[in-house]
Structure formats: structure tokens, C-alpha cells
Design a protein around this ligand. Structure first.
Ligand code: FAD
Ligand code: DLZ
Ligand code: SF4
Length: 513
């Protein structure tokens, strides 16, 4: 028997044509999939996140076997499981006659550093293949960024539109005449007079035997991790992820554009796709998805603001944040431009706070491992930044609690976009807001014990005083930012008494945390 190729396949590489498998002969390869203590525990992942990944891994192993691949699958509790990628490869090399190792690059610095050691650690030749699930390679992003003072997503996104031809007309011009319909993505929630709201729902997939076993495994081994499995409804196979994709295209896409930023009490999903967990795992192809969305627009089934708004998130934001992550290096998650030092409040793990917006966003996060973009940015992220939580703790929390969280996508969104801890590489100004924004975009304030209209009373919305206190506290660092000129002018216009009252209200609140 000739020696074979060993192909370690990581838990977020569940893509049937992942680069490590391309052009390989199934008869000459052993695919190694590993459930590992290192990966299940490098942060305290939400129980649903572990369940989704392990169940999807087991289903993917079956799908590969059906296609003729030989898969060696190491389960979490298998005897001798060393708990690490390196340890399991070493054990596999004892089981098989292997002459080379092929792997697709990892999605984060921590695992990439481990992978880069394999060449020295093992006698076999190691080939690390680029991850071509992304449109923009590392080199391409570096070339685009080269020499630019500011790396703005909008210009990167236009390049990706040109590269794919998505939503371009025959002359290569943007469909409808504009590249970006962001200002048509901001309608408040369409709640009727009776408070009624009909929204589409993500499919709730039934747990099969494999998923049932995983749910028990997670309950037994990760009881102290945040979140619950009570609502576990995720797709765990390629076919199920495709069904959820069709469900989104048929029932939610058309209104996605209008209500992308809206927030509603007890309505966690609204018109969002709930596809990020599957795209990030490899169960769905992001560019195929964008082409499906474009087709719905061209067939007259979705308006341009919905199609463009959705496509921008994927070939724009998603690719752009990945580029920033790899460009900025492994210390990115330790950045702390505003020198914020407070500990993350305990209620981030319980949702137990009188601030209704925060309680809603955290509550649904613990229930489902999901919150949509504006909840992550303008509720939990905004609050953490206003009160001055250490951004590394904020980063850890986001990495734990969202089922779609992998460092390459989570860290730029949290450290850069939501906490401004990278000093403005990703966002041109901090996404700080008072309660007025939350009131405009949600029905939350009507259900809250705080008064969103006032600023300095004991029952005033905490976001209001915290917003001014944040600007005041960070005046030396932020005042020179031209995009903050207006808020600072408004702060300067307040008389000393009002400034003192705002500081006092903010401090009372901060002391109560
Ligand atoms: P939709 O609203 O339906 O959007 C469609 C798709 O666009 C998503 O599935 C996702 O693939 C992509 N997308 C949208 N916005 C972004 C973005 N800013 N960056 C990258 N992709 C985007 N996304 C993750 O996938 N993992 C994370 O860990 C993550 N952490 C975030 C943390 C913060 C503080 C913020 C502000 C955003 C974060 N996002 C993250 C981006 C975004 O919130 C999620 O992708 C989105 O909420 C997923 O839900 P959905 O599939 O219903 O998205
Ligand atoms: C996130 C995760 C978890 C919870 N468990 C595993 C696992 O047991 N085995 C595995 O191969 N991958 C897992 N992952 C995903 C990895 O952490 C991910 O592949 C790395 O973060 C590199 O992107
Ligand atoms: Fe949130 Fe303030 Fe509105 Fe309450 S009043 S829901 S704390 S924004």
C-alpha cells in the first residue's frame, strides 16, 4: 500500500470542496476530524455553539464518507484523545503510513501558529492551502490596503462588486445608479397599533440521533458554560442549511432591507437570515448565496435596497473584517485605545438588568446564541463601551456567546467596530449613542422602567448620561476626531451645572454596576 496524505479538517472547514481536498484522490487520503478539549474550551462557548459545531462535524464526516472519502473521526470522549490538533495528528501518524500532510489554513492566529509548527514537529511534508471560501485573499487585501491612509469598507466593497460582477449593470455600473442603499436600511419596526408584528421565522430543525447524542454530551460536559440548549433548532447538515437559505430567500429577504436595523421586544430574528452560523462553518457558500439574492432581485421578488443591503454584508463587511483581522496581527484582541478597565458586568451572563434593551439582547443571546447586528453593536456593544469595559473582556464574551463567533470575524467587529479599541482602523468614530437612537429603532423603551426622554433624574435612561459622560471622559483622545465635532460642540454648549448633573447621574449609575 503506498503512503497516504493526511488531511486534518478543522471544525469550521465543513465545506465539501474545501481547498485541502481539491484535486485529491479519496483513495489516497485520510481525512482526520477531531473533537478537541482545546477547541471546546479555549473560551467558555455557549452550549448551543458547541452542540452546533460538533453535530455539524459528525454529519459532515458522514457526508464525506458517502462521497468516497475515508474519514478518521476522533470523538471528544474517545480514549487517548489528546485534546489538541497537534496531539491528534501525532497519534494519527502512528495509525497510518502517511507521507504528507495537507490542511486548509486556520481561521485564527492561535490555531495558525500551531499549524505553522507542524513542518518542524513532523517528519512529513506539510502543505497549508489558502482558504478559498473567501473572495479576497490575504495578498489581495494587502494590495488594496497598501498606501491607504484609511481602510474604508465602502471602497473595498466596490472592488468586491467589480470582482464578482454582482449587482452591476451591463456597463459595469452599480445597479440602480448607487453602490450603497444604506440610507434605505433604517426603518423603525413596523409595529401595528395593537402592538402586533408578523415576522418570518427561521426553520426549527428536529434533532436527529446524532444531534441528540451531542446535546447529551454537551449537557454532561459543559454544564458550566453560558446559555441553554432548550431552544436548539439549528441546521446541522448541508441540506438543512440550504433549506434555511431558501426559507430566508422566500420569506424574509424582501423586507430585510427596510428593517435591517430594527429591534422588537421578544422578536429575536425579525427579517434576518440566521445564516452566519452556516456560512462560517462552511455549510453554505457565501458567494452562491449572494448570487441567489441577486437573482431574486432580478426576478422582481426583492427590492434593490434588500438585495444590495444583504450582499454588502457578505462580500463587503464579512470579507473586509477578515482582511483587517489578518492584517492587524495576533495582538489585535489586546488593543485598548480608550484605556477602558472596568470588568464586564455580571448581568452579561444573566440578562438580569432593568435596562429592557440590554436585558432583551442578552436574554435572547443566552436563549438562542443569536442577536442581530444592531443589537450586538448598539445595545450590548454600545453599553460596554459607554461604561468603559475592558475591550478584551468584551471580546471574550462575544466569542463565547454567539454561535457564529470565530475570532477572525468576531474580533474586528467587537474590538474595532463596537469598542473603538483599535483607535479607528475599522470605524471612523466610536459607535456611541444615547437612548434616543434605541428608542427610534425599537419598541424597547416603551417596556422599560427608565425614562428615555430625560437625562439626569434617578429614573432617566442610563444611556443618556452615560453617552455624555463617555465623551467627557475621553475628551483628550476623541475631541480631535472631525466626526465628533458636533457632539463635542453640543457638550461645550451645556452650562457647567448641566454637565455636572450628567456626570453625577452617570457616576451614580456606574457605582451601582
Ligand atoms: P443578517 O443580518 O441576515 O446578515 C447577512 C449576513 O451578512 C450574515 O449572515 C453575515 O454572514 C454577514 N454579516 C453581516 N454583518 C456582518 C459583519 N459586520 N461582519 C461580518 N459579516 C457580517 N458575525 C459573525 O459571523 N460572527 C461574529 O462573531 C460576529 N460578531 C459580531 C460582533 C459585533 C459587536 C457586531 C456588531 C457584529 C458581529 N457580527 C458577527 C456581524 C453580524 O452581527 C452577524 O454576522 C449577524 O448578526 C449574523 O446574523 P444573520 O445571519 O441573521 O445576519
Ligand atoms: C469552535 C470549535 C469547537 C467548539 N470545537 C471544535 C472541535 O472540537 N474540533 C474542531 O476541529 N474545531 C472546533 N471548533 C472550531 C475551531 O476552534 C476552529 O477551527 C478554529 O478556531 C480555527 O478557525
Ligand atoms: Fe434601553 Fe434606555 Fe430605552 Fe430603557 S429607556 S430600553 S435603558 S434605551
Amino acid at each position: 500500500m503506498p503512503a497516504k496524505t493526511l488531511i486534518p479538517l478543522l471544525g469550521d472547514q465543513l465545506f465539501l470542496s474545501i481547498s485541502s481536498l481539491a484535486d485529491q484522490d479519496p483513495d489516497n487520503c485520510i481525512i482526520l476530524m477531531m473533537e478537541l478539549a482545546d477547541e471546546t474550551s479555549y473560551v467558555r462557548h455557549h452550549k448551543a455553539k458547541i452542540a452546533l459545531i460538533l453535530s455539524a462535524m459528525r454529519h459532515h464526516a458522514d457526508a464525506l464518507c458517502e462521497r468516497g472519502w475515508q474519514v478518521d473521526y476522533v470523538k471528544l470522549k474517545d480514549e487517548g484523545n489528546s485534546g489538541s490538533f497537534t496531539g491528534e495528528i501525532a497519534r494519527a501518524l502512528e495509525r497510518y503510513d502517511i507521507d504528507n500532510i495537507r490542511v486548509t489554513e486556520a481561521g485564527e492566529w492561535r490555531v495558525m501558529a500551531e499549524m505553522e509548527n507542524w513542518g518542524e514537529r513532523f517528519d512529513q511534508k506539510v502543505t497549508i492551502c489558502p482558504d478559498d471560501r473567501f473572495l479576497c485573499s490575504h495578498d489581495e487585501f494587502a494590495n488594496w490596503a497598501e498606501g491607504k491612509k484609511q481602510l474604508r469598507m465602502e471602497f473595498f466593497y466596490r472592488e468586491m462588486r467589480r470582482k464578482t460582477g454582482i449587482l452591476l449593470d451591463d456597463d459595469g455600473k452599480p445597479e440602480g445608479g448607487k453602490w450603497n442603499y444604506d440610507n434605505e436600511n433604517r426603518k423603525p419596526p413596523p409595529i401595528g397599533d395593537g402592538g402586533d408584528l408578523l415576522t418570518p421565522r427561521p426553520i426549527r430543525f428536529q434533532a436527529d440521533d446524532i444531534t441528540q447524542q451531542i446535546l447529551s454530551l454537551v449537557e454532561e460536559n459543559f454544564a458550566d458554560h453560558p446559555g441553554t440548549l432548550d431552544n436548539f433548532h439549528f441546521a446541522v447538515t448541508h441540506e438543512e442549511a440550504m433549506r434555511q437559505k431558501r426559507n430566508f430567500l422566500d420569506n424574509a429577504l424582501a423586507d430585510f432591507g427596510d428593517y435591517q436595523d430594527a429591534m422588537v421586544t421578544d422578536a429575536p430574528f425579525l427579517w434576518h437570515s440566521i445564516l452566519s452560523p452556516y456560512i462560517n462553518l462552511g455549510l453554505l457558500d457565501p458567494v452562491d448565496l449572494c448570487r441567489d439574492v441577486e437573482a431574486r432581485y432580478r426576478d422582481g421578488k426583492a427590492p434593490l435596497n434588500a438585495a444590495e443591503g444583504f450582499i454588502r454584508q457578505i462580500i463587503g463587511w464579512r470579507e473586509y473584517v477578515r482582511g483587517i483581522y489578518w492584517r492587524e496581527g495576533p495582538d489585535y484582541t489586546r488593543r485598548n485605545h480608550l484605556n477602558a478597565q472596568r470588568d464586564l458586568p455580571d448581568f452579561y451572563y444573566t440578562g438580569d438588568t432593568d435596562m429592557h434593551c440590554v436585558s432583551q439582547a442578552i436574554g435572547q443571546t443566552l436563549d438562542h446564541g443569536y442577536a442581530h447586528h444592531i443589537q450586538r453593536l448598539m445595545i450590548t456593544g454600545n453599553f460596554a463601551m459607554l461604561v468603559g469595559v475592558d475591550p478584551h473582556q468584551v471580546h471574550q464574551w462575544y466569542l463565547e456567546v454567539y454561535v457564529d463567533a470565530y475570532e477572525w470575524v468576531e474580533a474586528p467587529n467587537v474590538v474595532g467596530m463596537s469598542q473603538y479599541a483599535d483607535g479607528g482602523i475599522l470605524a471612523s468614530k466610536p459607535y456611541a449613542s444615547s437612548g434616543a437612537y434605541i428608542n427610534r429603532m425599537s419598541d424597547y423603551c416603551g417596556h422599560c422602567r427608565y425614562n428615555v426622554k430625560t437625562r439626569t433624574d434617578d429614573d432617566s435612561c442610563p444611556f443618556n448620561a452615560l453617552y455624555w459622560d463617555f465623551l467627557d471622559r475621553n475628551i483628550d483622545t476623541l475631541k480631535g476626531n472631525p466626526r465628533l465635532a458636533m457632539p463635542y460642540r453640543n457638550w461645550d454648549k451645556k452650562d457647567e451645572d448641566e454637565q455636572q448633573l450628567l456626570r453625577k447621574r452617570a457616576n451614580n449609575f456606574l457605582n451601582s454596576l
